[in-house]
Design a protein around this ligand. Structure first.
Ligand SMILES: [Zn+2]
Length: 421
């Protein structure tokens, strides 16, 4: 009776059997109050605020939308075309052979699968993405779709001896494509495809930004570790066959994470993708530098480098995020399937720790955690609901059991148009 006369109940109250905010334990009979596209309050039971609209989702769990921290949307046209392999270099060879047929970036054969992939990600509960791009065809698609994203403009060049002009040209090319929705940053591909001169030039541009952000593939295959430690092995042979081997190249004589931490390429704001072959000492170093390790378990198996040592990742204390990788090395872009693979690899890991990697961990890695990643007051209401069987006692564990897109509902809020702060 003391409510202001002019302002009646506002916003929308979402109720469900469970709410999983991620930054606190699950709330049974939970509710989320959304006003103007933002979370006003979250709680449980009957003390919910009055709202203009109330929706009860029943036997479902409401959780923050997922963040896919590593994919290559422009490879979506390769879906199902590069079969799983037990040999990483053989797999890469197949991929490269197919990619040479990728001539025109505006070809519908490329662009339609990109748009379909973004729609597929959203339908399976993803609300933000870290996307690796070479042809830069994805920023416009992501912006049109209202999908907040960081696009990592990937640079390669094992033979580059003067990196600064290469990076300057890349920035000049991608800067006009940025939008409120899509941040674009330069990113080195991997230690076997990027010279030290190119690595340091990218580092210098990345570190000059107010909030440094970049991504690099690290420690994916044993051959990469062999190349860096000894200068020998299958990658040397492949680089020579490709005509880019440099006889004056000196192996760093260290593992890939040590090499890139020493160069300052891996630091706070770096997404270190894969890490399958890293030592415990390297993982500890990543944790100390505040980098984020992005695991892509299904892709790792697909390309023949083996399952990631997820229990060791978790034990190291490193910041962890999750990616599907591209449709060239994964059957779909459903991050819930990635979570299921993670649960299988680390069955004793707390369910919330794994869910946090696929929500808050990804949001933090992409610099979007002020807006996304948990259900907390002030954040954007980029929420999803997953239908669960009635009577589920541990909703967080249930979310790791494999969730089909049909069970996912994206709760599009009035006033929510995505975008970064
Ligand atoms: Zn990748």
């Amino acid at each position: 009776m003391s409510a202001p006369v002019t302002a009646g109940p506002s916003g929308r109250l979402l109720r469900a059997a469970w709410v999983c905010p991620i930054d606190q334990p699950p709330l049974r009979d939970g509710w989320v109050h959304v006003v103007d596209g933002r979370i006003a309050a979250v709680g449980a039971g009957h003390d919910a605020p009055a709202a203009a609209e109330v929706e009860d989702l029943g036997a479902a769990v409401i959780l923050p939308g997922l963040v896919n921290a590593h994919t290559h949307l422009e490879l979506s046209w390769l879906r199902g075309q590069v079969p799983p392999s037990g040999d990483f270099l053989a797999w890469v060879g197949q991929l490269m052979a197919l990619r040479t047929s990728f001539e025109r970036s505006d070809d519908p054969a490329v662009m339609t699968p990109v748009a379909d992939a973004v729609a597929e990600m959203r339908a399976s509960g993803t609300v933000a993405v870290g996307d690796i791009a070479n042809a830069l065809v994805t920023p416009a698609v992501l912006a049109d779709a209202g999908m907040p994203a960081v696009v990592f403009h990937e640079l390669m060049g094992f033979g580059v001896t003067d990196g600064a002009p290469v990076v300057a040209r890349a920035v000049a090319r991608h800067a006009p494509l940025e939008s409120r929705q899509v941040r674009i940053v330069p990113a080195p591909h991997a230690p076997f495809s990027v010279s030290e001169a190119l690595f340091t030039a990218i580092r210098d541009v990345v570190r000059a930004a107010p909030r440094p952000l970049t991504s690099v593939h690290v420690g994916e295959s044993p051959a990469e570790v062999e190349l860096l430690r000894s200068g020998q092995g299958p990658w040397r042979e492949r680089l020579a066959a490709l005509g880019v081997w440099r006889d004056e190249w000196q192996a760093p004589g260290r593992g890939p994470a040590d090499y890139l931490c020493d160069l300052g390429v891996i630091a706070a704001g770096t997404l270190v993708v894969h890490g399958v072959q890293l030592t415990d000492a390297e993982l500890a170093r990543l944790a100390a530098t505040d980098a984020t390790l992005v695991t892509c378990p299904r892709s790792n198996v697909w390309v023949g480098v083996g399952a990631p040592p997820l229990a060791r990742f978790l034990a190291s204390g490193v910041r962890l995020a999750v990616g599907t990788d591209s449709l060239a090395s994964a059957p779909d872009l459903n991050l819930f399937a990635e979570l299921q693979a993670m649960r299988d690899l680390a069955p004793d890991a707390p369910a919330r720790r794994l869910l946090a990697a696929a929500t808050l961990g990804g949001a933090e890695a992409l610099g979007l955690d002020a807006e996304l990643g948990t259900i907390a007051p002030g954040k954007r209401a980029a929420l999803i609901a997953v239908t669960l069987p009635a009577g589920v006692a541990d909703p967080e564990a249930a979310l790791l059991g494999g969730i089909a897109p049909a069970a996912v509902r994206v709760l599009e809020m009035a006033g929510y148009h995505g975008g970064r702060p």
